[in-house]
Design a protein around this ligand. Structure first.
Ligand SMILES: [Zn+2]
Length: 121
């Protein structure tokens, strides 16, 4: 469904993808975000899935700009090496949940990033 009724009662909300400026950890970022926007009052509403996609986009934009591997980078490099989450975690001496979370948007610190690159690159 690409339209919803707006709570204002006057307009219809249409699904839109916009580039938004945001600031994360002191860094200005441009992130693509998808949400329903009312043509009448301009109110925006997103689903839980859209909110989590936006969070992931912010996380990846931040990581790209900070010189860190993005979630997609980590996943791609891990799969290129034929490793599952646990195998990569074991090489790092960490738990598989951490690997899963970095791939899903949690931002790793620079120390972890260097360890990831040592193992994956
Ligand atoms: Zn409205």
């Amino acid at each position: 469904m690409t339209t919803k009724k707006c709570p204002c009662g006057k307009g219809e909300m249409h699904l839109k993808t916009r580039e938004k400026k945001t600031c994360y950890n002191g860094m200005d970022l441009n992130v693509e975000s998808e949400a329903y926007v009312c043509a009448c009052c301009g109110i925006e509403a997103g689903t839980v899935v859209q909110a989590s996609q936006t969070q992931r986009a912010i996380s990846d934009a931040y990581r790209s700009k900070a010189g860190l591997l993005t979630g997609a980078d980590i996943r791609r490099l891990r799969m290129d090496k034929g490793l599952d989450h646990k195998q990569l975690a074991d090489l790092l001496g960490l738990c598989a949940d951490s690997v899963r979370k970095w791939e899903e948007g949690l931002i790793q610190d620079h120390v972890i990033d260097r360890s990831l690159r040592k193992v994956l690159c």
